[in-house]
Each structure stands twice: as structure tokens, then as C-alpha cells.
Write a protein that binds this ligand. Structure first.
Ligand code: GRF
Length: 197
């Protein structure tokens, strides 16, 4: 099987990256995680990736004079690794429209809300402050508008009366780890069909 070469971009803990790596161990999974890239040297997820034999790379955004210069270094690395799909997994840099255009239809993100509700940061706190009864997570294609591209998969979870941001985040995270591998497999499957002559 021709597996889609996938890079996972992280900035921290990397639990969604771990879920993708674990899913990709299945011989029938249509994507292969070929590298994990972090913009932060101390991202905890880097240790897991390295321990699992996945090439890691730190591209520290602070080492570049502009956002574009950072993105050029990132793009160069991804192209050198012959990456076909980018999966953002807690990657905390906003990407420019120029970078995104170069990966149109090939870059996905996991977001902790039922998009289009609660774009942006601190979703769990905002859901609780609003007294919403339902929350969840979404995987979407990345477009130039933040947290706005077409949704591939979503999963809802209930908001319980005694929830704190942490308890709610933990309930959502369990579902994130399920839908992200499924969405990556969907996209890899779609691209494989498209690329078949
Ligand atoms: C997740 O909640 C994800 O939805 C959001 O950032 C968090 C990253 O967590 N984009 P992790 O680094 O994957 O553990």
C-alpha cells in the first residue's frame, strides 16, 4: 500500500500526535508518520516521537526574523521529507495564507470545539461560562481563516453540571484521540484516490 507521508506539527504535550503514531502502526492504516516537527525545543511530545523511531525536528520560530522566514524553513524541511499531508496537533503558531496555500487540501487541524462554535483559544472555559450543554472536538482542513476550514469529522460530548475546564477538556481529549486518526485516514484515502491515474 502506498501510504501518505504525513508530518505532525506540535508545540507541547503531543497527545494527539501520539494517537496518530499509534494508529499508524496498523499495517492497513493509509498514512505513515514520517516526521514530527516542533517550534519549541522543550515540547514534551518530542521524546515520545524519538523513542518511537520517528525523525524529529525543532524549528524554533524565535530564531527567525519574520514569520515568513520561519515558514520557509518549515516548508523546506517538509518538502525535503517528501511530506504529503500535514497534521497540526497542538501547534501554537498561526500560519500565513501563503504557507497554507502551498498545502491546500493537505493540511488538517484538531480543534477542541464543535466548529464553527468556539473558534480560537480557551474553548472549555468559554463553553462553561456560556452554560452550554454540549461540547466536543472537530478535525478540519486548514484554510486561511483561523479554525474555519471544511470539517472532516466531529464528535460531541456532554457538559456535566460539576465540570471544570480540566474535567471537560479531559472528556473532549478522549474523543480527539479517536477522531484525529480517523480523519487522517479519510484524507489519506481521498488523496490516494485523487492521485490514481
Ligand atoms: C488539543 O486539545 C487540541 O485540540 C488543541 O490543542 C490541544 C493539544 O493537545 N489544538 P496535545 O498536544 O495534542 O496533547
Amino acid at each position: 500500500m502506498n501510504k501518505a507521508r504525513t508530518a505532525v506539527l506540535i508545540s507541547g504535550r503531543g497527545s494527539n500526535m501520539m494517537a496518530l503514531v499509534d494508529a499508524a502502526r496498523d499495517p492497513g492504516f493509509p498514512a505513515e508518520i514520517v516526521c514530527v516537527v516542533s517550534n519549541k525545543l522543550d515540547a514534551k511530545g518530542l521524546n515520545f516521537a524519538a523513542a518511537n523511531g520517528i525523525p524529529t525536528k525543532v524549528i524554533d520560530h524565535k530564531a527567525y526574523p519574520t514569520r515568513e522566514a520561519f515558514e520557509t524553513a518549515l516548508d523546506d524541511h517538509l518538502r525535503a521529507m517528501k511530506v504529503e499531508i500535514i497534521a497540526l496537533a497542538g501547534f501554537m503558531r498561526v500560519l500565513t495564507a501563503g504557507f497554507i496555500a502551498g498545502w491546500q487540501g493537505r493540511m488538517i487541524n484538531i480543534h477542541p470545539s464543535l466548529l464553527p462554535a468556539y473558534k480560537g483559544l480557551h474553548t472549555h472555559e468559554r463553553v462553561l461560562a456560556d452554560g452550554a450543554k454540549t461540547h466536543g472536538c472537530s478535525v478540519h482542513l486548514v484554510t486561511a481563516e483561523l479554525d474555519d476550514g471544511p470539517v472532516l469529522l466531529q464528535k460531541a460530548v456532554p457538559v456535566l453540571p460539576d465540570d471544570t475546564p480540566d474535567s471537560l477538556a479531559a472528556r473532549v481529549l478522549i474523543e480527539e484521540h479517536k477522531i484525529y486518526p480517523k480523519a487522517l485516514a479519510m484524507l489519506a484515502g481521498r488523496l490516494a484516490k485523487k492521485d490514481t491515474p
